[in-house]
Design a protein around this ligand. Structure first.
Ligand code: IDP
Ligand code: MG
Length: 148
């Protein structure tokens, strides 16, 4: 089973979309193995978005992601990385199809509501940046044989 890291960003929390976003992943059949509401520190934000350092929006992005709480989670399931990316919708508003989170809740550029790891390797790094090992919970899902 694959794990991925997902963040409901400050705009998603402020717009009271936490439940809506988690519901979609639960309904799909992904399993929550980590979950917390948190203020992201500048250090953690800079590690998380290191790949974007130097891009014109980098400063605003760090400011935004540290401005108000986010909800961090780890989701587990078959092809969890790709699946959550599809469910999030594309980065560009014109490409994020209705039915996806971004496609359903954003019309213009905005701050994208949600982050999801873009590869299994990135997921490992991002999970480590946000969660300690003892914050990840191992448990069987009783419906796994039916929906997994
Ligand atoms: P992703 O969130 O779909 O993976 P990335 O290209 O990794 O998109 O960008 C990370 C975040 O940086 C986006 O979610 C968004 O908040 C911000 N961002 C990306 N491109 C732009 C831009 O062109 N202008 C402003 N912010 C951007
Ligand atoms: Mg990205």
């Amino acid at each position: 089973m694959e794990r991925t890291f997902v963040l409901v960003k400050p705009d998603g929390v402020q717009r009271r979309l936490i439940g809506e976003i988690i519901r979609r992943f639960e309904n799909k059949g992904l399993k929550l193995v980590g979950l917390k509401l948190m203020n992201i520190s500048k250090d953690r934000a800079e590690r998380h978005y290191a790949i974007h350092k130097g891009r014109p929006f980098y400063g605003d992005l760090i400011q935004f992601i540290t401005s108000s709480p986010s909800v961090a989670m780890v989701l587990e399931g078959r092809d969890a990385v790709k699946l959550t990316r599809v469910m999030m919708g594309a980065t560009k508003p014109e490409d994020s199809t209705p039915g996806s989170i971004r496609g359903d809740f954003e019309i213009y550029t905005g701050q994208k509501l949600v982050h999801g790891s873009d590869s299994p390797e990135t997921a490992r790094q991002e999970i480590e940046n946000f969660f300690t090992a003892d914050e990840l919970v191992e448990y069987p899902l009783c419906l796994a044989d039916w929906i997994g």
